[in-house]
Design a protein around this ligand. Sequence first.
Ligand SMILES: [Zn+2]
Length: 308
Amino acid sequence: MKKVISIVLIAQSFLSFAQNISKERVVNIVSTLASDEMKGRKFGTLENDKAAEYIASEFKKNNLDYCFGDSYLIPFEYKDKKGYNVCGIKKGKSEQSLAYSAHFDHIGTNNKEGDNIYNGADDDASGVATVIGLADYFKDKKTDFSMVFMAFNAEEIGLIGSKALAENEKLNPVFSNIKALFNFEMLATESQFGKNAVFMTGDEFSDFDELINNNAVNGLKVYPDPYQGQQLFYRSDNVNFVKKKIIAHSISTVDMNKAVHYHAVNDDINIVDADNLTSIINNLAKTIEKLNTKNFTPKYNDKVKYDF
Ligand SMILES: [Zn+2]
């Protein structure tokens, strides 16, 4: 009997090991996007296109379906420049969907001597790594919710990519099924609440954070936004989905009082706390795995504004 139990335990630990996203995988995604070759992924550059193509190739590896048409890459134009958002979908048992997003563009380079590349490892390669990590995690799982995976372009010039995608009518069939959107924005460093902790913008507008915390595994915790004065809820890509009355919050770990790397050239792979980021991705994935169309029905209260 003892032997049987230990075999079962070993089998289980293999199984849960197999499900986990490795730290190497997370570091690989962040360092690909934040490499010097990507030159800061500025909207309208060849390198920005390359970043979009890289994300599309990762969506492909995870067998995601196209959000519409015959590509993950969804073009848009802004001020005579063309760029792409990236969108993939995984069908669940229900049409109702959870969506995950992050922006992949950053602010390019400057003309100074020395290191002049804004690698944007935290901002927001860490968020894209979270989106791809979730796609990895759910690749071979049949979940109750369908899942929409998005990487937005042109965030840094005014949330332009997410606006173009949110307003693209061809995507209405996809967006009308979204019950909640998790927008990931800067998760590479330890939060002011410590490790394995994130904060959520706009926590006062919905019960999203309570519902996540009720299901959270391995001590993961979602805290209210501690930087209320900064209006982060209305300053991130989630807002273009709030306008569509979709529950959409941004999730982050950035310590706004200490983040000297914010929009600086030292926002590179060296500032990434890969252990913490990896455990957040895994714990979030396992938490989301517990959610279904019955136990997860977040709602806005009447404090939220849809027009601003
Ligand atoms: Zn950002």
